[in-house]
Design a protein around this ligand. Structure first.
Ligand code: ZN
Length: 326
């Protein structure tokens, strides 16, 4: 009997050997922590479907931001829950809006931590859609662009290091770029949620951000989960409009899309490991069905292996502690 000359098992025999040839290592530099800001002081509201995550008032956001920085994370992404909502989502671009206040407080307390802001209207509109709604109840693309640009500009004015439009309106990246440039913020990059799918994996986030649409759904602007080629088209358009970084959201069921963008596009690719992907792991872990930390690292590794340069994830702090062996 002839043995093969090459025996792959030789290089798997011990952990030092495995470490030497490991192709993908998740580092704290890869991870961005999403945080939810609410009005008030000393507020810490539990998010039942996302164990370990809370809605924080600005003081709490600052505390967590300091912790994130000390664990080696390069940045956070902020979402806001305003005190009140209206049809035009005015809270999104208010000078003293909750995100704007959180951005400046974090930048003051932890200047070396990058603060990214999510740019959308759905947390601020009473109808819960990501854009303006016309008389017939349809989302009006072009009427939404100016408000999105105003929102991004207000974040930059508050000190945001990068803005991240997630609304999926056509043409918003170009409009935001123009608004930032005219406002004196040509140095602020845009991370575009370029391939954002209409996904059931966002369920727990909508609890967290109180942003479920009051009627209809988001299928007319978010992408059909069945489409891969369209993600390349969407991302190319955003790149042409001036995006500095692209994003695939969700991550785990879209590893092929991450891989594809990494192959076909020249911009850095981020992936959003979304709330549902987090909550599935936490729930199964609570039941004792899976090894939570191992599953977490395997998921994050798979996202990076697929091609993600950056991972926005609710696991960021847990993973950072594990990586730092704390
Ligand atoms: Zn939205």
């Amino acid at each position: 009997m002839m043995f093969p000359e090459y025996r792959p098992r030789r290089m798997r025999a011990s952990e030092p050997l495995r470490r030497m040839i490991r192709e993908t290592v998740v580092a704290t530099d890869d991870l961005i922590l999403p945080l939810f800001a609410v009005e008030g002081k000393n507020v810490q509201q539990e998010i039942p479907s996302m164990p370990g995550h809370f809605r924080w008032s600005v003081d709490g956001i600052v505390r967590i931001a300091k912790e994130a920085h000390s664990l080696g994370l390069p940045g956070i992404i902020l979402f806001g829950l305003p005190g009140s909502k209206d049809p035009l989502g005015t809270g999104a671009y208010a000078k003293k809006g909750v995100v704007q206040k959180a951005v400046s407080a974090v930048k003051q307390a932890v200047p070396d931590l990058a603060v990214i802001t999510d740019v959308c209207l759905c947390q601020y509109t009473d109808h819960g859609h990501c854009g303006m709604v016309d008389k017939k109840g349809a989302v009006d693309n072009d009427a939404s662009l100016d408000l999105l640009a105003r929102t991004a500009l207000s974040h930059a004015e508050a000190g945001a290091d990068m803005v991240a439009p997630s609304d999926m309106m056509d043409g918003r990246v170009g409009e935001i770029r123009e608004g930032l440039d005219e406002g004196g913020f040509s140095h602020v990059p845009i991370m575009s949620y370029s391939a954002k799918y209409c996904s059931a994996f966002y369920g727990p986030f909508r609890d967290a951000a109180d942003s479920a649409p009051q009627f209809g759904d988001r299928r007319t602007y978010q992408m059909d989960p069945a489409n891969g080629r369209e993600a390349v088209r969407e991302s190319s358009m955003d790149a042409e409009e001036g995006a500095d970084m692209l994003m695939v959201k969700p991550a785990l069921s879209y590893l092929d899309v991450i891989h594809r963008l990494k192959q076909e596009m020249e911009l850095p690719v981020a992936a959003y490991n979304v709330s549902g992907e987090y909550s599935l792991v936490k729930a199964a872990e609570e039941k004792g069905w899976i090894d939570g930390p191992r599953i977490m690292m395997e998921i994050l590794t798979s996202i990076k292996r697929a091609g993600a340069d950056l991972i926005l994830t609710y696991f960021a702090m847990d993973a950072a502690r594990l990586i730092n062996k704390i």
